[in-house]
Structures are given as C-alpha cells and as structure tokens.
Design a protein around this ligand. Structure first.
Ligand SMILES: Cc1cc2nc3c(=O)[nH]c(=O)nc-3n(C[C@H](O)[C@H](O)[C@H](O)COP(=O)(O)OP(=O)(O)OC[C@H]3O[C@@H](n4cnc5c(N)ncnc54)[C@H](O)[C@@H]3O)c2cc1C
Length: 380
C-alpha cells in the first residue's frame, strides 16, 4: 500500500477475548489492516477460553460458557469460524432436598409443594402469593413482586447473597429484572433463537478467527510493556476502563469467582448440566462440562464456583454509585483520541458473549468508515 510504514501496526488491540478477537479479525480480514493483539494472559479467548484438562476432558477455565443469541448477524458471523453442536441448557436448583427446575415453572411449584396445578391455576397461585412493590427499586422487590416471599427465600435470596455478598434488597432491580417465571413446563434456561456450542470448543474458534497474515498475537504481555516501543496507529482497548486511566476516579468494583475443578472417575456425576445451590453451601453452583461439550469419556469433570471479592474482574457490581463512577470514566474515554473502548471490562457492563460480538461488529463499522490512522507511538 503506498505510503504505508511496513513496520507499523495500524491497530494495537488490547485483550484477546471476544471483544478484541472480533475487532482484530474484522480489521485484518475486512479492511486489510495490520493488527497486533496482546493479552496479559498466556492464552487467547479471554474468559471464554477452554482447554483439555489432564484427564483429557474439555473444560472452561473461567466457568461454564453457554452460547445463546437472538442475533442472526452474530450467529452467522461466528459460524465462519466454527461448526456448532446444538445445545439447550437446563439448570436445576437443590431446594428442600430436591432438584427443581430453575427458572421457576409449573413443575417447580407442583413438585415443591406436592400439588397438581394447571398453568392457569399457577397464575392464580402467583397472584395470591406475590407482594407487588411500588416503586420496584431492588432485586428483592422484583422477585417478591413476582413469586412472593417464600419462593424468593428458597430460590433467590441465598444464591444472590453468595453471588454478590449483598442482600437482594441492596442490589439494583436490573440484576434480577430479566429472571423469567414460567407457568408452563418449559425448563430451558434460555429461549433464544440460536443456542449452540462451538463444536470443537471456543479456543479452536478463536484460533481460526485470529489466523490471518495481518494479525500478530503477543501473549503474557501487558500492553503497557509494549505500547511505547511498538509503533501503532489506533488502539482498541478491551481491558478494565478504570485501569486504563490509572484509577483516577477510584476503582470500579467487581465480583470475582474462585473455580474448584474436580475430575470424577465415573462417566456421569450429576443428572443435569448445572445444579444451583441457593442454600448455605459456600459454592453457588456445580457444572458438569460433558453436557455442554458432548464429549464422550469414561471420566467426567465438574467445576464448583465460589464467589469472592478478590481475583479476576468478572461481574461489575450493579449499584448506583458504581454506575456514576463509570460515567466519569466513560466521559473521559470519549475525550481520549485514538483509543476505542469496547467489551465487558471497558464498558463496565455484564455483557453476554453475543452482546460483546455485536458491540465489536458495530465498532468495526465505525472504524472502517475512518481514514487511515496516524501514528501516536514512536519506537524508543
Ligand atoms: C463465570 C462466567 C460465566 C459466564 N457465562 C457466560 C455464558 O454462559 N454465556 C455468555 O454469553 N456469556 C457468559 N459470560 C460472559 C462472557 O465471559 C463475556 O461476555 C465475554 O468473555 C466478554 O468478552 P470480552 O472480550 O469483553 O472480555 P474478556 O473475555 O474478559 O477479555 C478481556 C481480555 O483482556 C485482557 N486484558 C485486560 N487488561 C489487559 C492489559 N492491561 N494488557 C493486556 N491484556 C489485558 C484480559 O486478560 C482478557 O483476556 C460469563 C462470564 C463469567 C465471568
């Protein structure tokens, strides 16, 4: 290309998760840009990274990731890099010594109380126990307003307290406002149009996305180690936004999780892919990966999740003061030239994978309308 400095990258992409990998792929394959993608972890894929454990079982290092979306664009885009295994996710909650469907449905209530209600009668039942609140401000308001106090206590209160270390009465309504309550027998966890798992795993899909002559990958590298020595035009930053600005408005709090993996010497461990524990156990849920991956193996691997305060940043804590602090960072990001903030950590939102893919595809449309960027970093 005339005038192009062969040694310069057009883009430095920070983070090789969905946000970074999608934008890197688009810029390289769609606009012939030279892209350097860096990640401080020793692997690509971000939180969706999966790998084979010592027993040879495919596991998700950062907890179970189930792909689901209503967006045909997102599904079609990812289908360029993977075949799919159709998969409908199902979850049970361990309540009063029984495994009951969650989201709550007709079978949940009938089994819990030994009843034989019809869907119509269940609607009446919910109406009789619900305690509608106005205004609906907290997560407790949402659930108690739909299913009443008893089901709230049995299925939601302790789970939420473990997950967030906050009582639902202290959490924004938004956290639980999308929790469905069903009066039919549908026990699927998601109802999206497209529900499937990458046939050979997420990491394989990321490898295909990033295998392009215009893309160079640098792992085990914090972008700060290289930003002043490797010349590039623009940056796409998908790490934590507060970290980028050296926490100048304070730290944005996150909830983390400690994962305890176990390999069990029998083909099946539990009867459902995920069992939730809305009780006093320190873990919130246990996932058996073979249900998700479809792998056949004589052994099986599970993971228990222990929410905690310290560790990798996973869940932005949805409280009004944190949203206000994020807005300050966001305003600063808008005034920062040559840097584009994208993804879950850079926008401080709990996005699902498909939402992050959609965000990066949108960012690509914006960037591909721009003129070729000028260098902002010079070799030392
Ligand atoms: C336990 C758990 C379960 C989930 N389950 C699901 C699910 O079932 N379905 C679903 O759709 N979504 C799920 N998600 C959400 C999903 O993980 C995210 O939507 C997705 O990973 C976001 O991609 P991202 O690229 O924005 O962020 P990430 O995947 O976090 O990638 C960001 C990357 O940036 C790197 N980075 C940060 N700072 C720097 C730096 N200074 N220098 C270099 N690299 C840096 C990080 O190492 C990381 O690899 C789950 C999330 C968690 C935590």
């Amino acid at each position: 290309m005339p005038g192009r400095d062969a040694s310069m990258f057009d883009y430095l992409v920070v983070g090789a998760g969905f946000a970074g990998a999608v934008i890197a792929e688009r810029l390289a394959a769609g606009s012939d840009k030279k892209v350097l993608i860096v990640d401080k972890r020793p692997h690509i894929g971000g939180n969706a990274y999966d790998h084979y454990d010592t027993a040879g079982l495919l596991v998700h290092k950062y907890g179970p990731h189930i792909f689901h979306t209503n967006s045909r664009d997102v599904f079609d885009y990812l289908s360029r890099f993977t075949e799919w295994r159709p998969y409908q996710h199902r979850v049970r909650a361990w309540v009063d010594g029984q495994l009951l469907p969650i989201p709550i449905n007709l079978d949940t209530v009938n089994t819990l109380y030994g009843l034989n209600l019809t869907s119509f009668q269940l609607e009446e039942f919910f109406r009789s126990v619900a305690e509608p609140r106005s205004p609906v401000r907290t997560s407790e308001d949402v659930i108690v307003g739909k299913v009443g106090r008893e089901l709230y206590e049995k299925f939601f209160r302790n789970y939420t307290r473990k997950q967030w270390n906050l009582d639902p009465s202290e959490l924004d309504a938004a956290v639980t406002s999308r929790v469905p309550v069903r009066t039919n027998r549908d026990d699927r966890y998601f109802t999206d149009t497209y529900q499937a798992m990458p046939l050979h795993g997420y990491t394989r899909m990321f490898e295909k996305m990033l295998t392009h002559p215009n893309i160079k990958i640098m792992l085990h590298t914090d972008y700060r180690e290289i930003e002043s020595v490797i010349p590039f035009g623009e940056m796409v930053y998908t790490g934590p936004i507060d970290e980028y600005f050296d926490f100048r408005f304070g730290k944005l709090p996150y909830r983390s999780i400690e994962f305890r993996f176990e390999t069990v010497d029998r083909p099946v461990f539990q009867d459902f892919p995920v069992v939730n524990y809305p009780n006093e156990n320190p873990y919130t849920r246990c996932t058996e990966f073979k249900y998700l991956t479809g792998q056949e193996h004589q052994k099986t691997s599970v993971v228990y999740e222990y929410p905690c305060a310290d560790g990798d940043p996973y869940y932005p804590v949805p409280r009004p003061e944190n949203t206000a602090r994020y807005r300050e960072y966001h305003a600063l990001a808008d005034r920062t030239p040559h840097v584009h903030f994208s993804g879950r950590l850079a926008t401080y939102k709990y996005y699902n994978m498909d939402q992050v893919v959609a965000q990066s595809l949108t960012l690509y449309k914006k960037l591909s309308g721009l003129r070729r960027p000028q260098p902002v970093a010079q070799p030392a």
